[in-house]
Write a protein that binds this ligand. Structure first.
Ligand code: NDP
Length: 598
C-alpha cells in the first residue's frame, strides 16, 4: 500500500489534471437547438382547457417531495391538495430516469417513503427504477393525490397577491390557481446538462441524454435491458458517474461496440443485493421505518447504535472512522476528541477503503491497463460513491473499450464521432450520461420565478445564498414552504429522509395555521436571520473542498463563497441534530419563529 504522503501527492496530481478554469460554465444548457433533449418522451401532451380556481394547497413538484407532502397534508385533514408537475405523471426523477439498469443506491427499506402507510414490501434490498416509479404511483393512489393534479404542466410564474393573501400560480396551459398555501419540491438534480465539448451541435448520429432514454432507438424497455436495436451499432457514452455505472453493463452486453469515454473514474464498491423475505418483513413492528431511517442516519453520520439495521456501503466508511477513533482512544493514542482526531481517523480509514476499491478493480478487470485507468484517485466521498456488481466486469467483454481521457474529457465532437487526442472515434450513437445542473440559480432550475411580498423575487432574496428557517420558510414569502434537504439535515445518503421530515413539519404547520384561522404564516425576520447565522457556523462540507477532485459535489473544485456554503450546507451539528430539533419544534405547539396572522 502506498504511504499516506504518496497517496496525497497522487490525489493532488489527478485533481490538477481535471481542474478547469470554466468550472460550472463548461456545461451546455438543454435549450435552443438542444431543447429536444428534455422533451417528455414518456407521455404525449394532450390539450386541455385552462383551470382557473381557488385551491387550499398547491404542491409544486410531484416527485417524492410533493407526494410525501401531499400524503402528510391529507393525513392532517387538509383535503384540497393539488399537485402540479411538468412531467406526465408523479415520480420526479423516477419518472424521467428510465435508463436500463436504473436503481437506487440507498436501501429500499429506508429510501422508499411511506412503506408502512402503503403496505408495500420492497422486492429487494436495493430496488430497480420501475419498482420505485410504481411506488410513487402507489403513494399517489393511496392518498388520492391524482385527483385534480395538473401533469404535463409547467409553471411560468408564482406571485404573492397581498390583497387576496394567496399565491397566484400561472402555467404554460393558461391555468391560474389562487392557492392559499404553496409547497415547493422542485428537486436539486433534475435539469439535465450536456458536456460543453466543442462541436457538440454538429454530431449527425443519434444522441440522447440518459434521463430521456430513447428505447425506440435502442430497443429494450425500462424493465428489459436487452437493447436489441444496438446489435449493429457503435455506441459512445460520455460520463462514468452513478448513472453510467448502472447503464453501461446493459450497453456492453447489447451494442456491437461500446466506447466508454471517461474523464474521472467513479469509485465502485460491491452492491450485494438480495431479495426481501416476506416472512421477516411481516414480523417488523409498527413504526419500524422511522427506526430504520434514524438508525441509518446515526451510523452514516458517525454516531453509535447497538445494531446496524441497513448494513451497506454508506454506513461502512462512517463506522470504520468511528471504530478507529474508539481503538485509538482505548490505546491512549488520542485523548482529545477534537476535529484533528476525527480528521486523522477519517484519512486513515478512507485510505484503507480506497485501496480496497482499487484492489477490487484489479481483481475484476482482466486487462491491466484498463484496470489501471479505472482506478479512482481521490477520497471516497469527494464524488458520489457507486455500488455495482457488474460494471467493472463489463470491460472484459469483447467490443467494450474504455477510452480514458486522463482527466481532460472528450476533445471535440464532429458529424461522425468524437476526438480524443489525435484519435477519431466513429460513432452511430452518442449517449450523454453527463448529469444534471447543480448550483445554478433556483429560478433557472425550477423554470419559473417566485415573487413574494412587495415584489421581491426569490432570486434576489437568495442572491447571497439561501435564506430560510429550517430550510422550509422564507421571510417575505408567506404561506410558501420549501421541501428539500438544504439548510435542514442535508442528508445526501438518503434524500427521502429529509423529505419525510420536511413534509411532516409542513403539514403540521399548515394544519395548525388553519385551526387558528390564520390566513398568513410567515417566518419572522429575526428567526430567519438566527437560523442562517447558525448555518453559517457550519464547519464546511465537501463543497469548496479544493483538495477533492472536481465535480458537482465541490462546485467543480473552486473555493466556496458564502453563497455556495449557504446553498449547500445543513445543520452544523449534523443530520441527527436537525431531525431531533425539527421533531421537537413541530411537536411542542409553539412553532417558534413563525408569525400566524389572520
Ligand atoms: P454525474 O454528474 O455524477 O456524472 C456526469 C459524468 O459525465 C461524469 O462522469 C463527468 O465526468 C462526465 N462528463 C461531464 N462532462 C464531460 C466531458 N466534457 N467529457 C467527458 N466526461 C464528461 O451525473 P449522473 O447522472 O451519473 O449522476 C447524477 C446524480 O444522480 C448522482 O450523483 C446521484 O446523486 C444521482 N443518481 C442516483 C442514483 C441512485 O442510486 N439513487 C443513480 C444515478 C444517479 P467528471 O466526473 O470528470 O465530472
Amino acid at each position: 500500500m502506498p504511504t499516506a504522503d504518496e497517496l496525497r501527492a497522487r490525489y493532488r496530481a489527478e485533481r490538477d489534471k481535471r481542474l478547469r478554469l470554466d468550472g460550472d460554465q463548461q456545461y451546455v444548457e438543454p435549450t435552443g437547438r438542444f431543447a429536444h433533449f428534455v422533451d417528455d418522451i414518456w407521455t404525449p401532451r394532450v390539450d386541455r382547457d385552462p383551470v382557473i380556481e381557488d385551491v387550499e394547497v398547491a404542491v409544486i413538484g410531484a416527485g417524492f417531495a410533493g407526494l410525501v407532502t401531499g400524503a402528510r397534508l391529507k393525513q392532517a385533514g387538509i383535503d384540497d391538495v393539488r399537485l402540479i408537475d411538468g412531467a406526465g405523471d408523479v415520480g420526479g426523477v423516477w419518472y424521467w430516469n428510465r435508463y436500463p439498469g436504473a436503481m437506487c443506491d440507498t436501501a429500499a427499506m429506508i429510501y422508499l417513503p411511506l412503506l408502512e402507510e402503503t403496505g408495500h414490501m420492497p422486492s429487494q434490498k436495493y430496488t430497480m427504477a420501475p419498482e420505485i416509479f410504481g411506488h410513487a404511483q402507489r403513494i399517489a393512489t393511496t392518498f388520492g393525490l391524482r385527483e385534480g393534479a395538473l401533469f404535463s404542466t409547467s409553471i411560468t410564474a408564482l406571485d404573492w397577491d397581498a390583497d387576496l393573501a394567496r399565491w397566484i400560480v400561472r402555467t404554460d396551459r393558461g391555468d391560474e390557481l389562487r392557492a392559499r398555501f404553496v409547497t415547493m419540491g422542485t428537486g436539486p438534480l433534475h435539469r439535465p446538462k450536456l458536456p460543453g465539448v466543442p462541436g457538440i451541435a454538429t454530431f449527425e448520429g443519434h444522441s440522447f441524454h440518459t434521463s430521456r432514454w430513447d428505447y425506440a432507438y435502442t430497443g429494450g424497455a425500462p424493465d428489459d435491458g436487452r437493447l436489441t436495436g444496438l446489435a449493429d451499432k457503435r455506441v459512445g457514452i460520455i460520463g462514468t458517474g452513478a448513472t453510467a455505472v448502472q447503464c453501461i453493463p446493459h450497453l456492453a452486453r447489447s451494442a456491437k461496440e461500446l466506447l466508454v469515454l471517461q474523464r474521472t473514474p467513479s469509485s465502485v464498491d460491491a452492491r450485494g443485493n438480495h431479495p426481501i423475505d416476506p416472512e421477516w418483513f411481516a414480523s417488523l413492528p409498527p413504526g419500524w421505518q422511522d427506526d430504520w431511517r434514524m438508525n441509518f442516519t446515526i451510523l452514516q453520520t458517525g454516531g453509535f447504535t447497538d445494531v446496524d439495521l441497513v448494513q451497506d456501503g454508506w454506513t461502512d466508511i462512517s463506522q470504520r472512522i468511528r471504530d478507529r477513533i474508539v481503538t485509538e482512544m482505548e490505546a491512549g493514542r488520542i485523548t482529545d476528541l477534537g476535529p484533528e482526531a476525527f480528521r486523522q481517523a477519517y484519512e486513515v480509514s478512507d485510505d484503507e477503503k480506497m485501496e480496497e476499491i482499487r484492489a477490487r478493480i484489479e481483481a475484476l478487470v482482466d486487462d491491466p491497463d484498463t484496470a489501471e485507468a479505472l482506478k479512482p484517485w481521490y477520497r471516497q466521498l469527494c464524488k458520489r460513491p457507486c455500488f455495482h456488481d457488474e460494471y467493472l466486469q463489463s470491460f472484459n467483454l469483447p467490443g467494450v473499450r474504455l477510452v480514458d481521457t486522463d482527466g481532460r474529457g472528450v476533445d471535440r465532437i464532429d458529424a461522425t464521432g468524437v476526438w480524443v487526442g489525435d484519435e477519431h472515434l466513429e460513432l452511430d450513437c452518442l449517449i450523454f450520461a453527463s448529469g444534471f445542473e447543480v448550483g445554478t440559480e433556483h429560478a433557472r432550475r425550477a423554470g419559473f420565478e417566485t415573487t413574494g411580498r412587495g415584489g421581491v423575487t426569490l432570486t434576489d432574496r437568495w442572491a447571497d445564498g439561501m435564506q430560510s428557517l429550517h430550510g422550509i420558510h422564507v421571510r417575505e414569502f408567506p404561506n410558501l414552504f420549501i421541501v428539500g434537504p438544504t439548510q435542514g439535515a442535508n442528508l445526501i445518503s438518503n434524500i427521502t429522509h429529509n423529505l419525510v421530515e420536511a413534509a411532516t413539519t409542513i403539514a403540521t404547520t399548515i394544519a395548525h395555521g388553519v385551526s387558528v384561522g390564520a390566513t398568513e404564516i410567515e417566518v419572522s425576520a429575526e428567526a430567519e436571520a438566527a437560523w442562517v447565522a447558525l448555518i453559517d457556523t457550519h464547519p464546511g462540507s465537501i463543497f469548496g473542498d479544493t483538495e477533492c477532485t472536481p465535480g458537482y459535489y465541490n462546485g467543480e473544485g473552486r473555493e466556496a463563497t458564502r453563497r455556495d456554503r449557504r446553498n449547500s450546507s445543513g445543520h452544523p451539528l449534523g443530520a441527527v441534530a436537525y431531525f431531533e430539533h425539527i421533531d421537537r419544534w413541530r411537536s411542542d405547539g409553539a412553532f417558534a419563529g413563525l408569525e400566524f396572522r389572520g
